[in-house]
Design a protein around this ligand. Structure first.
Ligand SMILES: Cc1cc2nc3c(=O)[nH]c(=O)nc-3n(C[C@H](O)[C@H](O)[C@H](O)COP(=O)(O)OP(=O)(O)OC[C@H]3O[C@@H](n4cnc5c(N)ncnc54)[C@H](O)[C@@H]3O)c2cc1C
Length: 346
C-alpha cells in the first residue's frame, strides 16, 4: 500500500492533521491502539480566559478563529452535533476577586468574553455567597462523539488500523518511509502521552498531568452553564453533569483512583448543596509540556518524520491551528512559529 502520510494516534491531534490531509486531497492511513484516551474523556471546553488569574490564554483568539469552523465543518461532514455554546459562571471567593474581575473585564481582549457585572441571581443547589462572574462566547466540543464518528468514517473507508504502531518496524529511507506493507512519504506522530514510548521524540520534555472526572446525575440541579469553583460542573443535559478535573503530576496510568474521586467529591461539595449520584468515574493523561506550548515540527535528523503533540490542557482550541501550521510547514515550506516548533528543544 502506498500513501502520502501515516498518522500514529487518533486523538484531537491526529484528527486535526487528518482533516488537513483530506482538505488537500492527500492519501493517508492512521494507526490507533486505544492506549491513551485524553481526548475521549476531556471536558471539551474552550475558554480564552484563565479563570484563576483572569488573564488571556496564549494566542486564544487566533486559535478559536480556526477551531470553531473546524468543528462546525466536522458537524456537516459527519452529520452530527458536536459544538455546544456554554456560558461559564465563575464563583467568586471574595470581594477582592470581584474587584479583580471588573479590572480584567475592561481589558481589550478579555472584554469580549468577561461580562463586567456581578451575577447575584440564586440557583437552587449552588452556594455562591459573593456571586458569579459570567463569561460568554465560550463552549464545549463533544470530543468523544466527534472522535467516535470520525473513526467510524475512517473504518468504512479502510483508512485506519486499530493496532499498535511498532516503532522498531519503521524503516527510514532518503525520500520515503516504510512500515510493514505501507510505503509513505511522511509519518506524523500524534500519540499524546504515548510519546514516552516513541524513540524518535521521547527526548522532548513532556510531563504527565493525569486528570480524573466524575459524571454525576443531580435531579435537583438545573443549570445550563458551566459552574467553575474548586472544580467545574459542566452540564451534559437531562441533569447529568461532568465534574472535574484533578491534576496529578506523578501517576502515569489512566486508571481512575479512589484518591482522585474523593478529591473531586470534597471539592464539589464546597459549592453544590443538592444530592447527586455518581454515574461514572474516568481518567486520562494530558500531554503537557514544560513550557505549556505544543510540540510541532520535523525530527532534527529525519525530514520525513514529524510530530504534533503537547496540546496540554487545551487540545480543543490548539489542535486545529497547530495541524494547519504543521501541514503548511511540511507541504508549503512555511516556517513554524518558534513558540510551537520543537526546534526550541535542540
Ligand atoms: C481530565 C481531562 C480533562 C480535559 N479537559 C479539557 C477541556 O475541557 N478542554 C480542552 O481543550 N482540553 C481538555 N483536556 C486536554 C485534552 O484532552 C488534550 O489536550 C488532548 O486530548 C490531547 O490530544 P492528543 O491527540 O494529543 O492526545 P490523545 O487524546 O492522548 O491521543 C493520542 C492517541 O494516540 C494513540 N496512540 C498512542 N500511542 C500509539 C501507538 N504506539 N500506536 C497507535 N496509537 C497510539 C492513543 O491511543 C490516543 O488515541 C483534558 C484532558 C483530561 C485528561
Amino acid at each position: 500500500m502506498k500513501v502520502d502520510y501515516i498518522i500514529v494516534g487518533l486523538g484531537l491531534a491526529g484528527l486535526a492533521f487528518s482533516k488537513e490531509l483530506e482538505k488537500y486531497g492527500k492519501t493517508f492511513i492512521i494507526f490507533e491502539d486505544n492506549s491513551q484516551n485524553s481526548s475521549i474523556v476531556a471536558g471539551g471546553m474552550y475558554n480564552p480566559v484563565i479563570l484563576k488569574r483572569f488573564t488571556p490564554v496564549w494566542n486564544a483568539i487566533e486559535q478559536l478563529k480556526v477551531a470553531i469552523p473546524f468543528y462546525e465543518e466536522l458537524e456537516k461532514q459527519l452529520n452530527s452535533k458536536y459544538h455546544y455554546p456554554v456560558n461559564i459562571y465563575r464563583i467568586f471567593k471574595s470581594v477582592e476577586e470581584q474587584n479583580n474581575w471588573f479590572i480584567a473585564s475592561d481589558k481589550p481582549m478579555l472584554s469580549e468574553y468577561m461580562i463586567p457585572e456581578i451575577v447575584h441571581e440564586k440557583y437552587f443547589g449552588v452556594s455562591a455567597k459573593f456571586g458569579f462572574g459570567k463569561l460568554k462566547n465560550t463552549g464545549r466540543i463533544d470530543t468523544k462523539s466527534v472522535l467516535e464518528n470520525y473513526r467510524n468514517y475512517l473504518l468504512k473507508r479502510k483508512l485506519i488500523h486499530t493496532t499498535k504502531f511498532e516503532y522498531s518496524e519503521l524503516k527510514i529511507k532518503e525520500e520515503t518511509i516504510e512500515y510493514k506493507d505501507v510505503k509513505a512519504t511522511k509519518i506524523i506522530f500524534c500519540e499524546g502521552f504515548g510519546l514516552k514510548e516513541n524513540p524518535f521524540f521521547n527526548y522532548l520534555p513532556m510531563q504527565e498531568a493525569k486528570g480524573e472526572l466524575l459524571i454525576i446525575h443531580a435531579p435537583d440541579l438545573n443549570v445550563d452553564f458551566l459552574i467553575k469553583a474548586a472544580v467545574f460542573v459542566l452540564p451534559l443535559g437531562n441533569n447529568y453533569y461532568k465534574v472535574g478535573a484533578t491534576f496529578n503530576w506523578k501517576d502515569k496510568s489512566k486508571i481512575p483512583t479512589e484518591e482522585g474521586k474523593m478529591e473531586l467529591i470534597n471539592k464539589l461539595e464546597t459549592f453544590i448543596t443538592v444530592p447527586y449520584k455518581i454515574i461514572d468515574h474516568i481518567a486520562g493523561i494530558r500531554p503537557t509540556v514544560k513550557d505549556r506550548r505544543p510540540l510541532v515540527g520535523t525530527h532534527p535528523n529525519y525530514k520525513n518524520i514529524a510530530i504534533l503533540n503537547g496540546l496540554g490542557t487545551r487540545g480543543v482550541m490548539i489542535a486545529p491551528i497547530a495541524a494547519k501550521a504543521l501541514y503548511s510547514h511540511l507541504e508549503k515550506g512555511l516556517e513554524l512559529d518558534s513558540e510551537i516548533s520543537i526546534a526550541r528543544f535542540q
